[in-house]
Design a protein around this ligand. Sequence first.
Ligand code: NAD
Length: 303
Amino acid sequence: MKIGFIGLGNMGGPMALNVARAGYSMTVHDLTREAAGPLLETGASWADSPAAVARASDVVFTSLPGPPEVEAVALGDDGIMQGMTPGAVYIDLSTNSPSLVRRLAPLFEARGCHMLDAPVSGGVPGARAGKLAVMASGDESIYQKCKPVLDTIGDKVQYCGGIGNGTICKLMHNSIAYSYCRAIAECFTTAVKAGVEAEVVWKAVRDGAVGRGVLLDASLPRKWLSGNFEPDFALRLAQKDVTLATDLGREYGVPMSFSNLVLQEMDEAMDRGWGEKDSRIFLKLQEEKAGVEVRFKEPWKPG
Ligand code: NAD
């Protein structure tokens, strides 16, 4: 299988190197030839355009900044589509727009080619180590065919379903990551202003349920995602904790906008008489506002 790789930046460079090290024959391209230096040293060939990469490849990857670059590289005058032969596969690793991905895929299908979206998570260290989460979607048989190449860049390669689903997962993943970051900022500033050393609050949070990953690994799948709202930590107690935390913020003059928003939603859930239910029941309010219920199809089994 001959591989093409376009976009050899902070992520694309090391991902392409891992594909090359796994023994695949590579043709590469970037806006600047210097970006390809380490790849060319492994024996990869340079191509002057995305179309030329596609002409030389069975599978073409892109790792580009965002939607405008992906659209130009895929559909432009000298773009991938101009060079692809029937049966070839285009895989976009960029963090892209789901609607663009879903618009591009049928255009490739119409030419007898295929497209997968497979955004990645794990940062530059993960890209270098070949330890990325790869959120791949599109036709499942095409995914299976390409999985051995995806396995060279990631240690957690997941099939996410129809085209665009991987990109949706990636965008939601990043929004969670940065919201979490912002929540940490307001809670750490409150703790430090109230007299706790940064090292101490960091260790306390890391050693507690948050740092142990209890929310994602156990309580969300066991509770909210399974529709189980029998209490092992009642909402009235969680609401008491967030009330005390936001009181502390007010006492020390630290804005805690995220925590206050959470408290507002907990208050609303309490007003509905849900205080004795599990603390995650307040997430049902968001389901109501979004007009969707978020539940696993099968009962969750730990491990
Ligand atoms: P980057 O800016 O370092 O690399 C992008 C590369 O694309 C550059 O080498 C640039 O020259 C090249 N490029 C831009 N337009 C081009 C074009 N028209 N033709 C050919 N090459 C072109 O960005 P990055 O950090 O490697 O990120 C790439 C993608 O991966 C982005 O979508 C980003 O959101 C995503 N991502 C980044 C990280 C990270 O930690 N950096 C982590 C996960 C996902």
